[in-house]
Design a protein around this ligand. Structure first.
Ligand SMILES: Cc1ncc(C[n+]2csc(CCOP(=O)(O)OP(=O)(O)O)c2C)c(N)n1
Ligand SMILES: [Mg+2]
Length: 347
């Protein structure tokens, strides 16, 4: 596998003490999802340095176990909305690597036809509602989607994700209050990676354990190990049961870490090398790989095969993105408004 994943394997401890109760298929699905996200993001950074991708770009490297847990923890039909650090989450909802890479390239073959870019993936088919650049804006949006699910009596829920930086936005407090009052089927997830750009959680509040915010609303809330797909999966199953049984929202603070800077242009001077190195010893992919091997769930050969097939998948995604045309100028106004006769649209 890529050098970042094979280093250190020998010195790391397995994730949990107890033996697994999950089958091989589930473990390999978690592993494959994490490897897909990692390789996709590593190649994204490479493509950025070649100027094939431009503009804002925030990668998900380090947070992959959350994407993996989401594959098995909720239903395919459930909705999901998140912020701008979204590539890995879109992949976990089933958007193809090709349509995501083409979107990053700004090409017509992208999931939103090249008009969204890194922060604005979307797929109605996959119930992926984006991709939002305004910190915290997705919290009321996800609450509204959950309201729609309840109104339609669909039995589905909306996972509404945001960063620690969004946890102090006023919109969160209004949305939490409404969701509890109306018992909406929404799982709120704060991906606490410790930083909002260069500002640590400790610098912005007296309350650093963000799950405690839920207690102001009597919302059931928990802290979760975001470096372990099993923990994420189990927390989601519990939260989803709660929502689907009509008990209203659930709040998860998933503790994680981003190995790269906030965006491609961030040198990360606000944190020490030692801190980053410490978190690298908790790398979710390396730990999962080690656990799979130690518990003899699958062999190294099987894991290598997964890595090779993902490598090919990403190579193909780049080829697809390269060959896809840019959107035609006359398509500029297409798909912006549902209402076709919206004023000021063309003559
Ligand atoms: C309302 C608003 N304020 C400020 C910004 C500028 N901004 C962009 S990202 C960011 C940090 C958010 O960090 P966090 O929510 O922790 O997400 P992470 O990048 O860690 O995934 C800020 C302040 C913005 N996009 N929107
Ligand atoms: Mg953050």
């Amino acid at each position: 596998m890529a050098d970042t994943l094979t280093k250190n394997t020998k010195t790391l401890k397995p994730v949990g003490a107890k033996k697994t109760t999950y089958d091989k298929k589930t473990w390999l699905l978690w592993y494959e999802t994490m490897v897909r996200v990692r390789k996709f993001e590593e190649r994204t950074l490479m493509m950025y340095s070649q100027q094939k991708i431009r503009g804002f770009c925030h990668v998900y490297i380090g947070q992959e176990a959350i994407a993996a847990g989401l594959v098995t923890g909720i239903k395919k039909e459930d909705a999901l909305v998140t912020g701008y650090r979204q590539h890995g989450l879109a992949l976990s909802r089933g958007l193809s690597s090709s349509s995501c890479m083409a979107e990053l390239f700004g090409k017509a073959g992208g999931c939103v036809k090249g008009k969204g870019g890194s922060m604005h993936f979307f797929s109605r088919e996959h119930r992926f509602f984006g991709g939002n650049g305004i910190v915290g804006a997705q919290i009321p949006i996800g609450t509204g989607i959950a309201f729609a699910e309840k109104y339609r009596d669909s039995g589905l829920l909306c996972v509404t994700m945001f960063g620690d930086g969004a946890a102090r936005q006023g919109a969160l407090y209004e949305a939490f209050n409404m969701a509890m009052t109306w018992k909406l089927p929404v799982i709120y997830i704060v991906e606490n990676n410790g930083y909002a750009m260069g500002t640590s959680v400790e610098r912005t509040s007296n309350v650093n354990e963000l799950y405690k915010i839920g207690s102001a609303f009597d919302m059931p809330s928990e802290q979760v190990n975001g470096m372990d797909p099993v923990s994420v999966h189990e927390a989601l199953i519990k939260a989803a049961n709660h929502c689907r049984n009509g008990n209203g929202p659930y709040f998860l603070e998933i503790k994680t870490y981003r190995y790269r800077g906030h965006s491609v242009s961030d040198p990360g001077n606000y944190r020490s090398k030692e801190e980053v190195e410490h978190y690298k010893t908790l790398d979710p992919i390396i730990l999962t790989e080690r656990r799979i091997l130690e518990e003899k769930i699958a062999s190294q050969v099987e894991l290598d095969k997964i890595q090779e097939s993902i490598q090919l998948e990403i190579d193909e995604a780049i080829k697809f993105a390269d060959e896809s045309p840019f959107p035609a100028p006359e398509a500029l106004y297409d798909d912006n408004y549902v209402q076709t006769d919206y004023p000021f649209l063309r003559d």
